[in-house]
Design a protein around this ligand. Structure first.
Ligand code: PMP
Length: 362
């Protein structure tokens, strides 16, 4: 019998079993070609269809308007931290960053190397327990762009509404909540996400970028670091991460089969609720990190009263087949990442384990 872990890894993380099984079937002979997708030319018609189909599925699922390019890049979300200011932070302008966690800090740090920046809001004081309200954001219409991190993987907070930034391009790191809830793409000038949480394996970075921004980008920077290079060449300027893009396409097809983003969102709400309910009913045995109205549906962060108890919790969880419940190495504590592919059954099992653990140790 197939034994699958109850996988709550923060990324790379669980993939849908159906996707893995299809990839397994196709790995020695993709559609009668006698080879895997990894072994064929990225200039072949067979590969090109896979590449374009993945884009089309994303466009349909996320409702991406026609005036946006969908790019498959490399270098992770971390390279986007640099490419964004390289392309869009011109002399005489300043770029605004909203600090909601470690990843926004890292994004800001890269921009500081390249030009003028400012902090449009920060919730660092109070240890990133919340998302700022929209009226806390401070920036003017001359800003080069405003950067936000829609889900904070380490602290477990998530934006539930996004600012209307007028003429200021809104740029979002959606690495840990892309495709998990319906969003209005037209509010954003650029969206980026490493694939390894909701979209597929690591190695592909999805970038969704509005046409006018592509045109506006700095031209005297290295070819591979210009969005225009990749937009003009449909992400085939050089060899793309073909296997990762194929997997991303399979994951997108799976999301569609599940009923699309709206259905996935409903399921994500229910999954997260199962675990937040245990925290809220625990009389302080489990201490949630995020303020309630900033809670993430993707990363549920909590602590126990003592480090010894946390250690015991994590050890026992491992014995019961749970994987990845430890918090990020920078903050400790516990974290359950409940991305799209994590099945409801895993969340029910976690809820029961948490209740049982409290009974025995409370
Ligand atoms: N942004 C966020 C919100 C993340 O969660 C991560 C990775 N966990 C990154 C950026 C960095 O992504 P990568 O490892 O793909 O560079």
């Amino acid at each position: 019998e197939l034994k699958r872990a109850k996988n709550f890894n923060a990324g790379p993380s669980a993939l849908p079993l159906e996707v893995l099984q299809q990839a397994q079937q196709e790995i020695v002979d993709f559609k009668g070609t006698g080879m895997s997708i990894m072994e064929m030319s990225h200039r072949s018609k067979t590969y090109e269809d896979v590449h374009n189909e993945a884009q089309e599925l994303l466009r349909e699922l996320m409702g991406i308007p026609e005036n946006y390019h969908i790019l498959f890049l490399q270098g992770g979300a971390s390279l986007q931290f640099s490419m964004i200011p390289m392309n869009f932070l011109q002399r005489g302008q300043a770029a605004g960053y909203v600090l909601t966690g470690s990843w926004s800090e890292k994004a800001l740090k890269e921009a500081q190397l390249l030009g003028e920046t400012f902090i449009a809001a920060s919730t660092k004081e109070g240890n990133y327990r919340r998302i700022p309200s929209l009226d806390e954001l401070q920036y003017d219409q001359n800003a080069a762009y405003l950067h936000i991190t829609t889900n904070n993987t380490i602290f477990g907070t998530e934006w539930s509404e996004y600012p209307d930034t007028g003429n200021v391009p809104l740029i979002a790191d959606m690495s840990s909540d892309i495709l998990s809830r319906p969003i209005d793409v037209s509010k954003f000038a650029l969206i980026y996400a490493g694939a390894q949480k909701n979209l597929g394996p690591s190695g592909v970075t999805l970038v969704i970028i509005r046409d006018d921004l592509v045109e506006r980008g700095t031209q005297d920077i290295p070819t591979m670091l210009k969005y225009s290079t990749h937009a003009k060449n449909n992400s085939l300027y050089n060899t793309p991460p073909t296997f990762g893009i194929y997997m991303l396409g399979l994951v997108a097809k799976w999301v569609k089969q599940q009923g699309g983003v709206e259905a996935i969102y409903k399921r994500n709400l229910a999954k997260a609720q199962l675990i937040y309910d245990v925290i809220d009913a625990s009389n302080g045995f489990y201490l949630g990190h995020a303020e309630k109205n900033s809670r993430s549906l993707m990363n549920i962060t909590f602590r126990l009263k003592t480090e010894e108890l946390e250690k015991k919790f994590l050890e026992e969880s491992k014995q019961q087949g749970f994987v990845g419940l430890n918090g990020h190495r920078s903050v400790g504590g516990c974290r359950a990442s409940t991305y799209n592919p994590v099945p409801v059954e895993s969340c029910i099992a976690l809820k029961e384990f948490m209740e049982e653990f409290q009974k025995k140790n409370g």
